[in-house]
Design a protein around this ligand. Structure first.
Ligand code: CMC
Length: 428
């Protein structure tokens, strides 16, 4: 008997089955042979929320949640945050290798020259209420891009995928900035090709009457590092949405809209917004113990804490905490940081958090930086969506090129009624 197998004995029938093990997993379909009799459908696994199911093989991002390790294509996040730029990291995530100088120049040129959006999109934005949430506007306008680029449907053509990649990474900041300016009732600012990716984004957000916007280098760099940290995170809720929707072979704009919608939820990218609301609700350092009591009584969540995969300090949160102080030096200290630090201090010593392995995640400190930089809370999740676009496209492309993948279609365990007859309305 091969050592790389799992022997399963079905005690209902007494039969034994030898199931191959590959990469530490067994194939769920191999369980189908386990049957009570010929008419039995066969054994399935039940895994709500995919807590122990690998839905794909991937070579993009590695996470070791117990040791707090995150790597893109084998490069530790700490090194990329220190030495790389967002566009270089996006190239790495999408292409698998760091670019040469010529490749990086070419990549940057193409992204920079795809930042403009069709003027008609401004008309959609006009249809939104002044207080529309920018994530709602972003989801809608990304989906709308699908109607402009018919070539995007040619998803198995590498040239077409490359073109849509330039467009998506180039246009996400423009769509986001336009949504923000719309909500302020301010004139829209067009992209400036002389500026870096994050410098141009700051320009489109914050330019007022100056002829040429000059981004503050500390803020531009801080945002770039934050973008690196948010670029991919393997099979999270939005990446899974991108893959699941993409598996129907829809164009990448519609799939990205679905991924952006998944990110919007408060348990995913929307958590950075919730952290700020929570810190404001706590209001002062002295109120932290009382708040923690409510968390432990399960009346509230400590937003920005906990993670499905990290059972140790999220390595991104460590870097963000350091960057926060760099931003505070330029913009002034965000007073909410003291409340955040006190939450962290108490939580890390408290048995509830220790035993549940709850540590700060990426969203715990990012909102404090964004607020110090002058972003309204409603823009926080947008600041997650822009850099995550590179990761979503990489996940989507990997899916398309994986011969083992098919349209996503989970099974269910039906526990509803057996067959019954329709009851006329007067007899119910
Ligand atoms: N505060 C208090 N208790 C918590 C928290 C929290 N933030 N997170 C988890 N728990 C408890 C939970 O009540 C449960 O306790 P018990 O076992 O006694 O019933 C246990 O820890 C396990 O929690 P879970 O909800 O089953 O874990 P999960 O893997 O399904 O959820 C999570 C992960 C991130 C959704 C969850 O930790 C959470 O809701 N955190 C707050 C929201 C948040 O910060 N989200 C951002 C995630 S990181 C960025 C991203 O990926 O978008």
């Amino acid at each position: 008997m091969s050592q790389n197998t799992l022997t399963i004995t079905d005690n209902r029938t007494g039969k034994s089955y030898e199931i191959p093990i590959k990469n530490g997993t067994i194939r769920a379909l191999d369980l189908r042979q386990i049957k009570l009799d010929e008419n039995d459908f066969g054994m399935m696994t039940y895994d709500p929320a995919f807590t122990n199911t690998a839905s794909c093989t991937s070579k993009i991002t590695f996470i070791d949640g117990d040791r707090g390790i995150l790597m893109y294509r084998g490069y530790p996040i700490e090194e990329l945050a220190e030495k790389s730029t967002y566009l270089e990291t996006a190239y790495l995530i999408l292409h698998g290798e760091l670019p040469t100088r010529a490749q990086l120049d070419d990549w940057t040129w193409h992204i920079t020259h795809h930042t403009f959006i069709h003027e008609s999109i401004k008309k959609f934005l006009d249809g939104f209420h002044y207080d529309a949430h920018p994530m709602g506007m972003l989801i809608s306008t990304v989906a709308a891009l699908s109607t402009f680029y018919k070539d995007a449907k040619d998803i198995f053509n590498a040239d077409s995928r490359r073109k849509q990649t330039y467009r998506l990474i180039g246009k996400m900041p423009t769509l986001s900035a336009f949504a923000y300016r719309h909500s302020l009732g301010m004139p829209l600012v067009y992209p400036d090709n002389d500026l870096s990716y994050t410098g141009n984004f700051l320009n489109m957000l914050f330019k007022t009457t100056e002829v040429k916007y000059k981004p503050n280098p500390t803020l531009e760099h801080a945002l770039d590092v934050l973008f690196i940290l948010h670029a991919d995170h393997e099979q999270n809720c939005s990446a899974n949405a991108m893959r699941s929707v993409g598996s129907s072979h829809v164009d990448p704009y519609c799939a990205t809209a679905a991924a952006t919608a998944a990110l919007y939820g408060p348990l995913h990218g929307g958590a950075n917004e919730e952290v700020l609301h929570m810190l404001r609700e706590i209001g002062s350092v002295k109120n932290v113990p009382e708040y923690i009591k409510h968390v432990k009584a399960k009346e509230k969540l400590l937003m920005g804490f906990g993670h499905r995969v990290y059972k140790n300090y999220d390595p991104r949160a460590k870097i963000i905490k350091r960057i926060a102080y760099e931003v505070f030096e330029v913009m002034g200290r965000n007073p909410l940081i003291d409340i955040a630090l006190e939450c962290e201090r108490i939580a890390l010593e408290d048995d509830y958090f220790v035993s549940h392995k709850l540590y700060p995640n990426v969203d715990f400190y990012s909102g404090l930086i964004y607020e110090a930089m002058g972003f309204p809370i409603s823009m926080f999740t947008v600041l997650f969506a822009i850099p995550r676009t590179a990761g979503w496209i990489a996940q989507w492309q990997e899916l398309l090129l994986d011969a083992e993948q098919k349209i996503s279609r989970p099974r269910q365990v039906y526990l509803g009624y057996d067959k019954r007859s329709y009851i006329p309305i007067d007899h119910r």
